[in-house]
Design a protein around this ligand. Structure first.
Ligand SMILES: CCCCCCCCCCCC(=O)SCCNC(=O)CCNC(=O)[C@H](O)C(C)(C)COP(=O)(O)OP(=O)(O)OC[C@H]1O[C@@H](n2cnc3c(N)ncnc32)[C@H](O)[C@@H]1OP(=O)(O)O
Length: 227
């Protein structure tokens, strides 16, 4: 499928950081869907690469085809990482994020739901997230929990960064369908205490506790209704 739609405004492209970007929400969402479809295929590519058993010559041909595709994407690039962008309509987007980024083929991606108790996400982790055989890598579990717990602390009304994260791996987390949860268990000035977990069909596999800190001088918006 080809598209001659205009790309996001060139003036919006700045490296990293929280960047004010006046691209209208409708245009953000159009481009997000386009880039998300590419990232989904990249995710398939990663899984297919891990699991392929085709002959060496075919691997080399695929490698060369992929190198040509990379060159096409390199024709127009951001000068650095994608950062976090937000517009005047309070729509924010972080397409490069390692956990939720719409453009990031190594993000599962986590689709986080904010509810009255905090946040949850259902995800299916495949071969790309393996540590011990058939089990989720412990660092991947920490990565995903860090993010969902950070979003829980942030609550869509402030930004809170991880100060301290403590993990307890109760048993191996099998690759496949999983649920992640985060909930606030306390607040003290700029510190937000969050509990998190990963569960499979048989119950909790990983528990986490975290202290998330709202940087001094950053704003807190009024509470927003859960979605
Ligand atoms: C799309 C939209 C995105 C919005 C959604 C965003 C979700 C993002 C989720 C991803 C989460 C991440 O990966 S975040 C990335 C990983 N984390 C980081 O890179 C953070 C790096 N560290 C820092 O930037 C800083 O150290 C901070 C912000 C954590 C704290 O700096 P600070 O604000 O100067 O803190 P300070 O005044 O000294 O202390 C404030 C209070 O916090 C306590 N405190 C300070 N540091 C720590 C600590 N590491 N662990 C525990 N507690 C601490 C102090 O004792 C004090 O307590 P008291 O005296 O008040 O009792």
């Amino acid at each position: 499928m080809t598209s001659r739609q205009p790309s996001l405004r060139a003036s919006a492209w700045q490296a990293g950081g929280f960047v004010r970007d006046d691209t209208p929400t409708a245009e953000v969402e159009r481009r997000e869907a386009v880039i998300e479809s590419l990232a989904g295929t990249v995710r398939d590519l990663i899984d297919a690469t891990i699991r392929t058993t085709v002959e060496d010559d075919e691997v080399h041909r695929v490698r060369d085809d992929l190198a040509a595709l990379v060159d096409r994407l390199r024709v127009s690039q951001l000068p650095g990482p994608a950062g976090v962008r937000y517009n005047t309509e309070f729509r924010s987007w972080n397409w490069g994020n390692a956990v939720v980024g719409a453009a990031n083929g190594i993000a599962p991606p986590l689709r986080i739901v904010h509810d009255s108790d905090g946040c949850h996400a259902d995800v299916v982790l495949g071969a790309a997230y393996e540590g011990p055989p058939g089990l989720v890598h412990g660092g991947v579990s920490a990565l995903l929990l860090d993010h969902i717990m950070g979003e829980t602390a942030s609550g869509r009304r402030r930004t809170a960064f991880t100060g301290t994260l403590t993990m307890r791996y109760r048993r191996g987390t099998p690759l496949g369908p999983l649920r992640l949860e985060g909930r606030i268990v306390g607040e003290e000035r700029r510190k937000i205490f969050v509990a998190g977990s990963i569960s499979d069909a048989d119950g909790v596999t990983v528990e986490a506790e975290g202290v998330f800190i709202q940087p001094a001088g950053t704003p807190t918006a009024p509470e927003r209704p859960s979605t």
